[in-house]
Design a binder for this molecule. Sequence first.
Ligand code: CA
Length: 665
Amino acid sequence: MKVKHLFVMSMLATVGCNPAQQHVSDSYDEYPVYKGDWEEMSYSPSATRFALWAPTAEAVNLLLYEAGQGGEAVRTLSMEAATDGMWNASVDGNLKGKFYTFNVKVDGEWLGDTPGVMAKAVGVNGDRAAVVDLRDTNPAGWEADVRPPLNSFADIVLYEMHHRDFSMDLNSGISHRGKFLALTETGTRSAAGDRTGIDHLKELGVTHVHILPSFDYSSVDESRPDSAQYNWGYDPKNYNVPEGSYSTDPYTPETRIREFKQMVMALHRAGIRVVMDVVYNHTAVTEGGNFERTVPGYFYRQTPEGTFANASACGNETASERPMVRKFIVESVKYWAEEYHVDGFRFDLMGIHDIATMKAVRQALDEVDPSIYIYGEGWAASAPQLPTDSLAMKANTWRMPGIAAFSDEFRDSLRGPFGHDEQGAFVIGRKGHKAGVRFGIAGGVEYAQVEEDPAHPAFWAGQPTQFISYVSCHDDLCLADRLKVTQPEASPERLKALQKLALTAVLTSQGVPFIFAGDEVMRDKQGVANSFRSPDSINTIRWQLKHDNRDLFDYVSGLIALRKAHPAFHFGDAEKVRSFLRFIPAADEEVVAFKLTGKPQGETWDEIIVVLNPLSKPTTVKVHQGDYRIACMDGRVSADPARPLATMTGGVLTVPACSALIAYR
Ligand code: CA
């Protein structure tokens, strides 16, 4: 795309002189690229250095404030143009505790205060950046914090949660409800005596907690912590600062940083890794936002008509292919991994980003720790401004080793299509979804038996660890609501049986299983699909549900334990999936059954048979003669090999109606 924009040629912008001459570039591609560490504020007790990348600026002011909001600037300094589009200022004295903004003049116009694009500490609501010494933000013991061990991405079990959903219920037994610190409390119990909070996660057995957007976002007013406010947080404001409303004090910049670290440290101590949901594909505000107030136009793609492109459906789409936007994303992700010890990243609308950027993210994180996991939504809300084959779309996943994408095919084959809530699929016994379920069981990798059915989805995962297996997430109806809508006449017992069956498919898939918080206790959202700003009363997990649905919780935690104990459930390698997974026929056509072997891969069982029976009648599967022990049957699981649920002999396994069977010998 070609755009007309003024920018200052870096060669003219030498330190100490404000260049009089300006040159017109006809392309953002020609903007100077800054090669160093992109630090907008570097604190020391004797002086603080400020820097802003603003290549089109003709002047940049630095404003210093006493507070994060209100009051006039106590000092305004003119920054000096340096090379590569940077503007610098150094202020003597100890500025710790002060706040600052930049104001950039482009084309004769002052664009207005901004904390910059790289602020790492801010005041309330993120309007002003803050001078902090990050070392002050480390909680006691932080230096000893280490990522829990992870041998392979194949070992991951993801659990997606929103801070408020997880702990706002008065019955959570948690003190810091809705805050980062909720995930530091141990020993919490519901009134019925069930474990909640971090203890619940340990009891469930998940390996990773995926927290919904926890960087500073716009929609919640941090100055009104006691008013009823809820948002998922997909409206980024400051990418490199934790969200203030999840801290106990959004006014003191160090607090949110420290409390985020406390959360990470507590989860790590519990053996759980932390995934951040990152939203680099768009910003909440376009005009007047931090990007536009710093380098107008540069951070966003434009349509051929010159307007802001909008593949996010949120008003803009970022231009990851431009060198400084790519650098921005890479440095931001690296920062969270290094400063906050974050262990994984879930990219919102990853399909808006170009493949080269995602590969650069992978490479940068490999340098920090190759066990950091990356996955994302391999789609966009509408077509981005780049050719599809250059984008991190799901279909291109196989070209991005070490990066995974959500499988909407598996999800929809299990529960029904997006946008048709009343329509069910495999788990309610609807015909025509077997190929999609088999596709999901095989982790989306090329697989001959899946290919036999012409209805199979296109393969897109190079490895099963690039395939996120799920049936529900924060978006859309959660599983219990969806099942209720598709089966309005069903009894609570049947709905729970369907819930178990759907989650069995997810947890026996060769892909990486992903559970939406609360699905393990029949959590519902009272039928609200797009609950992004619904009140807590809709979104909160009611912890009494854990008591009421104890059998479901035990079932899901049992399946997780079984999966962890048996390599055959997660080979993590496409060749091994092709070698050791076989789909087998059942007496009824719409049943999915498969056999796992894998002794050479360390599997202790000779053979595992899994049957997913969505029919309202029992079905049978022919197997070898001999004894089969039962690890899962009719809504119950025993992960303890010394205590199988039952034994079946005679070469035929019988699977009760609407349930899953896992048998082994
Ligand atoms: Ca905020």
